[in-house]
Design a binder for this molecule. Structure first.
Ligand SMILES: Nc1ncnc2c1ncn2[C@@H]1O[C@H](COP(=O)(O)OP(=O)(O)O)[C@@H](O)[C@H]1O
Ligand SMILES: N[C@@H](CC(=O)OP(=O)(O)O)C(=O)O
Length: 463
């Protein structure tokens, strides 16, 4: 059995959904279909999820909702119209979207989650109706009915491991194609909680693990995963094969084509993931699996970059002799509910790198005050606008000369490196770069490691 997830770009209008129908018809193993909300029809368009966020804000502010409500309903109407669906098929969708405005929620965060989730939920209902209309026996399945229970975090939920058993029971041995909305589940009290943005990939991976699928197919709008973001490097090379570890690092560091958290269920269940193009489904795409054949000339599989990081820099002489120093620092962050991403350290210096979106000006003031009073640093700075640039490849750690080639190529691009994290992961090296310089660094690394392979590797050394 295969689980096929279709992203917003594959479901943006009737013509795209026709391609989805053809894909489902062409392989009877595709039994579970996970759908996103309708995405952008062209660059200047707005995703339905973003329209729903606006809708929720308009409701909260007590403003006139007619315009935004109609805009959302029209997206579904246009799709239904393309397939000549009867009005009765659209009624529950119109009702669902209209009802949101008057529903009462335990808090603003749950309200926003329910609005966002309505994008995928109504699309799944509509697509199940279209499948049936096109003689594909299909049924819409609510994440609540199938047992997709998640942690109680309205906009960044995680699957509860105990869900897998119920999901396996409810999803296997169905005679019809199951159409499941991506992006959300329910907490144990029955409230909608979404995954983070792009999280329909996560739903697909969870269901694939639950049913021990032979493959998790992730259909999108590119022929493969490229060795660098095509919005940064023109015409990058396609990647045929990646390991789970490589993909996890690349998606964490900015390969937005596949959600980084979606790798976890795939890794746990050893489910091969294939990223394919809905517009060219006969192309092989990129296979992500536990192992891959290592080509010794390919030191680096991909180069990713992600902006939006902040460094908290601390210098404290004899930090290395102080028992519990780092613990004290991390306790301050934990108390303020801040998680960290990286923590490179020297003898007297330490930088904690966090996602900038966790900070508010008030929190920053609080961090400053707590660190000054608890730690008494000799120097202390909060530095914004970091971008993490990462080179990723199996065996990178063991190839003598990789770091030298990487730093030389960043230098040749005229970029200075603010931070390096090498050795923590056996498959990646991370460079902290000023955001204004990040694209130049990515291009430089791409030219060295991907465009002009093979690079000179002096030897391979393992422990
Ligand atoms: N390394 C990469 N390879 C391929 N696509 C990438 C890469 N990095 C970023 N992307 C972007 O990811 C997009 C696909 O992801 P997304 O927009 O979330 O699709 P979907 O709507 O199918 O979920 C591509 O159109 C591309 O712009
Ligand atoms: N619609 C949600 C979830 C998602 O995964 O969408 P997409 O498949 O279009 O990236 C979002 O925009 O975040």
């Amino acid at each position: 059995m295969k689980v096929a997830k279709f992203g917003g770009s594959s479901l943006a209008n009737g013509a795209q959904i026709q391609k989805v129908i053809d894909i489902i018809k062409s392989d009877s193993n595709r039994r579970i279909v996970v759908v996103s909300a309708p995405g952008k029809r062209k660059d200047t368009d707005t995703k339905v999820t973003d329209l729903l966020i606006k809708y929720c804000n308009t409701v909260s502010q007590g403003e006139d909702i007619t315009g935004i409500q109609n805009k959302i309903i029209k997206r579904y109407q246009a799709i239904a119209g393309h397939f000549g669906l009867p009005d009765t098929a659209l009624e529950p969708i119109v009702e669902g979207i209209t009802k949101l405005a008057t529903q009462v929620f335990p808090s603003r965060a749950y309200q926003m989650a329910a609005f966002k989730a309505a994008g995928e939920n109504n699309n799944a209902k509509l697509i199940a109706a279209i499948f049936n209309h096109q003689q594909i026996p299909a049924e819409y399945l609510d994440p609540k009915t199938i047992g997709l229970t998640v942690t109680d975090v309205p906009d960044d939920a995680q699957i509860l491991p105990s869900s897998y058993e119920k999901l396996a029971q409810t999803l296997t041995q169905r005679t019809k194609v199951a159409v499941v909305p991506g992006f959300f589940g329910y907490n144990t009290s029955g409230e909608v909680c979404t995954f983070s943005r792009g999280g329909s990939d996560v739903t697909g991976a969870i269901l694939a693990r639950a049913v021990a699928a032979t493959e998790y197919e992730n259909f999108t709008d590119v022929d493969a995963i490229y060795a660098a973001n095509p919005n940064i490097v023109p015409n990058p090379k396609k990647i045929t094969n990646l390991t789970f570890r490589e993909m996890r690092e690349l998606s964490y560091a900015g390969f937005s084509v596949f959600h980084d958290e979606a790798l976890i269920p795939a890794i746990e269940g050893k489910i091969p993931v294939v990223v394919k193009n809905t517009n060219h489904p006969s192309l092989p795409g990129t296979l992500i699996s536990e192992h891959k054949k290592i080509n010794h000339d390919d030191v680096v599989a991909g180069i990713a970059s992600d902006s939006g990081f902040t460094g908290i820099y601390i210098r404290k002489y004899l930090m290395n002799k102080q028992v519990g120093f780092t613990l004290k620092l991390l306790e301050i962050l934990a108390k303020l509910n801040i998680s960290y991403e990286h923590m490179p350290s020297g003898i007297d210096d330490l930088t904690i790198i966090i996602r900038s979106n966790q900070l508010t000006p008030e929190l920053e003031t609080q961090i400053r005050a707590e660190i000054e009073s608890e730690i008494h640093p000799d120097d202390f700075q909060i530095q914004h606008n970091y971008t993490m640039v990462m080179i990723v490849g199996e065996g990178i750690q063991d190839r003598v000369g990789t770091m030298a080639a990487a730093t030389a190529s960043i230098a040749q691009a005229g970029v200075s490196i603010v931070m390096v994290n090498h050795g923590a992961s056996p498959v990646s090296i991370t460079f902290g770069i000023r955001t204004a310089d990040a694209d130049a660094a990515v291009q430089g690394l791409y030219d060295t490691f991907i465009a002009h392979q093979p690079i000179e590797i002096f030897a391979e050394k393992t422990f």
